[in-house]
Design a protein around this ligand. Structure first.
Ligand SMILES: *[C@@H]1O[C@H](CO)[C@@H](O)[C@H](O)[C@H]1NC(C)=O
Ligand SMILES: *[C@@H]1O[C@H](CO)[C@@H](O)[C@H](O)[C@H]1NC(C)=O
Ligand SMILES: *[C@@H]1O[C@H](CO)[C@@H](O)[C@H](O)[C@H]1NC(C)=O
Ligand SMILES: *[C@@H]1O[C@H](CO)[C@@H](O)[C@H](O)[C@H]1NC(C)=O
Ligand SMILES: *[C@@H]1O[C@H](CO)[C@@H](O)[C@H](O)[C@H]1NC(C)=O
Ligand SMILES: *[C@@H]1O[C@H](CO)[C@@H](O)[C@H](O)[C@H]1NC(C)=O
Length: 583
């Protein structure tokens, strides 16, 4: 039986509520504890702001307009063509960078309220950035960092409610993004429609280019390219990205599992083992987030099946190993730093308990080493012999932010504080923040990745100061660039859920003391039962073959494995991991 539309609507509220934050506090009703929390958050957000500017100012001084900062030697690297290029092949001869770290910083500047610097950056890029450069780049990396950075910044720059100067802005960032998007389209000219992993920005796909790509490389382009199509009216970007997703999904095994690498010409899998980490991660993320942004059922149907398969075949207790897509048998038992994004995605799905459990395990590993090592061998309980580094990655901070939004459990603020302290103690140097080369001796590497500014600092900042999110529904791309959920881009979004109508959705008795829209989720027994249809409560689990609608009962929530139900428990913030209908 198909779940009734009513359930789906309930599902909707969950992440809309997750994403809408109302920061209004009324001091008179706040207790001492609240005040302590507020001052602690303020102190922490200032600490994170300092980190961001230390990274940003050093980049601007020593590296701009090159791509990334080398913080130890106070110099630069034109690394766009090196991203994902493990063997450093076909490096350009005459390329002087694309101001990558500046592009990646745009949305963070707005989130931290620095409109003057944002405008200065927009002007510089408008006048000086060009993609007509002889550089071979990774389609995936360039999409999430550059196209995503530009599209998000364009939306922020044209937001009528923001304080950005609009008169002077003539859509230059969108023009740049469109130019880049057109260059991307050449990668999709393959017999399958799956894009090449590499293109030369000036000349297109190079002769004898490798036909190998990864699942995330060709399957997570839809947020940026979809937004680009909606903004420009040119449907080709979204169509190309969606077509690639559909082909990829058609290549799944009967177990609904995908591999990690494949051939874009033959459409055959190359690596049959996969997990939730490198090479696959953002494919899952983008199915879910595309459903949130564009509303199409198709994305949800794919995500739902894929999510079930992940929980069934990859999960072992709190951990996720890899498995062969054909048989479902476990292959590699490894924890990787990239996997730490998964609990954040589970928060969007509504599986808070499962998210909480594995987030805690990742944090234990962080505490054990001081930072999160790139790869840890779970079966042998030891670090991977060569991947002992910590590249300033954001995933654990990201999950911590989502879990705090969902639960308001102050424990997550402590997690963030511990991460902020580690970053300052181990990775801060005079010339910026440096990646850790080896977590066993904390030796540093001469590299400050652009995602440290786009994501790590941003999620840590939003953990303590979410005022940017007030009254708006955003999704964050896999590179941390915010894109608003707009009713005119959305197949389903009812008018009532657009931000300007948000106030009408609030329970009138919650007006003064709400810390976040999340806290308006109340436990079933506190719901005004006179509300009739307006207060229908349901949980949306994903129980296979369990009940006709694959859902738990009203007083239950998803179990840790998310494929069973358990009695509902509520967090201190009143968040119950439930999906509450308001309409
Ligand atoms: C890169 O910089 C070098 C040195 O300043 C210059 O000679 C070269 O023309 C520049 N290349 C491009 C493509 O701008
Ligand atoms: C914005 O950033 C610039 C460059 O770091 C800095 O000089 C300025 O003080 C910042 N302004 C605000 C309001 O934070
Ligand atoms: C563009 O770059 C040139 C050379 O770095 C610089 O002089 C100019 O001011 C830049 N344009 C803007 C708007 O910043
Ligand atoms: C492409 O491969 C063919 C056949 O191996 C070779 O003859 C040709 O030189 C290669 N082209 C380039 C640009 O490497
Ligand atoms: C998260 O896990 C901790 C430790 O098991 C537990 O005390 C807490 O209540 C959990 N929070 C949620 C929201 O599940
Ligand atoms: C707000 O909701 C009302 C009623 O649902 C609708 O008519 C109106 O267009 C909405 N406003 C916006 C800005 O979406």
């Amino acid at each position: 039986m198909v779940p009734p539309p009513k359930s789906k609507l309930g599902f909707w509220k969950c992440f809309l509520i997750l994403l809408v934050i109302s920061p209004t506090f009324s001091p008179s009703v706040m207790s001492k504890i609240d005040l302590r929390l507020v001052s602690k958050k303020k102190q922490m957000s200032q600490k994170v702001r300092k980190m961001f500017y230390h990274a940003y100012d050093n980049y601007m001084t020593y590296a701009f307009p090159h791509d990334e900062l080398k913080p130890l030697s106070k110099s630069y690297t034109d690394s766009l063509s090196e991203l994902g290029n493990l063997k450093l092949e076909h490096l350009p001869q005459n390329y002087n960078g694309s101001a990558l770290t500046l592009i990646e910083s745009l949305s963070s500047l707005v989130i931290m309220g620095n409109y003057t610097e944002f405008e200065r950056a927009v002007h510089w890029l408008s006048e000086n950035l060009t993609f007509d450069v002889d550089a071979r780049i990774s389609l995936f990396e360039c999409n999430i960092r550059v196209l995503g950075g530009l599209v998000s910044a364009h939306i922020l720059a044209t937001d009528p409610t923001s304080r950005l100067v609009q008169g002077e802005y003539g859509n230059q960032l969108l023009t740049l993004a469109e130019d880049l998007g057109r260059r991307f389209l050449r990668a999709f000219d393959t017999p399958t429609g799956l894009p090449y992993a590499w293109i030369n920005l000036k000349y297109g796909v190079m002769e004898n280019e490798t036909t190998e790509t990864s699942t995330s490389g060709c399957g997570s382009l839809i947020l940026e390219m979809g937004a680009l199509s909606r903004l420009t009216g040119d449907p080709r970007f979204e169509a190309a990205a969606l077509r690639a997703i559909r082909i990829l999904w058609s290549m799944r095994s009967p177990l609904n599992l995908l591999g990690t690498t494949l051939d874009v010409v033959t459409g055959e899998w190359i690596e049959y083992s996969s997990g939730i980490g490198a090479g696959v991660d953002s494919f899952y993320e983008y199915l879910m987030k595309a459903h949130i942004l564009f509303g199409a059922e198709e994305y949800w149907d794919m995500f739902h099946s894929a999510y079930l398969a992940v929980q069934k075949y990859f999960r072992h207790g709190a951990w996720y190993h890899e498995a062969d897509m054909r048989s479902g048998t476990a292959t590699y038992w490894q924890l990787t730093s990239l996997q730490a994004f998964w609990p954040g995605l589970q928060v969007l799905v509504g599986d808070i308990a499962a998210a909480n459990v594995s987030h805690r395990e990742f944090f234990h590993v962080w505490q054990k080493f001081g930072v999160l090592p790139e790869r840890y061998l779970l079966d042998r309980d030891m670090l991977h012999p060569t991947e002992k580094y910590y590249a300033l990655r954001p995933e654990l901070a990201e999950s911590t932010f989502y879990l705090y939004q969902a639960t308001k459990d102050p424990w997550y603020l402590k997690v963030g504080e511990s991460m902020v302290n580690s970053l300052n103690v181990f990775t801060k140097v005079e010339g910026g923040f440096a990646s850790v080369k080896d977590v066993t001796n904390m030796k540093l590497e001469d590299h400050q990745h652009s995602f440290f500014l786009a994501e790590t600092c941003k999620y840590l900042y939003l953990l303590y100061d979410d005022s940017f999110l007030a009254g708006k529904n955003y999704i964050f791309t896999t590179e941390g660039h915010p894109i608003p959920i707009r009713s005119d881009w959305h197949e389903k979004l009812p008018h009532a859920y657009t931000s300007s109508n948000w106030t009408s959705l609030k329970g009138s008795n919650h007006q003064s003391a709400r810390a976040s829209a999340m806290t308006m989720q109340v436990c079933p027994d506190t719901i005004n039962s006179g509300g009739g249809e307006g207060h229908h409560v349901e949980s949306a689990c994903h129980i296979p073959d369990f009940r006709s609608n694959h859902r738990c009962a009203d007083d239950e929530e998803c179990g840790t494995d998310s494929i069973s139900c358990r009695k509902r428990t509520c967090s201190v913030a009143g968040y119950c991991g439930l999906w509450l209908s308001i309409a």
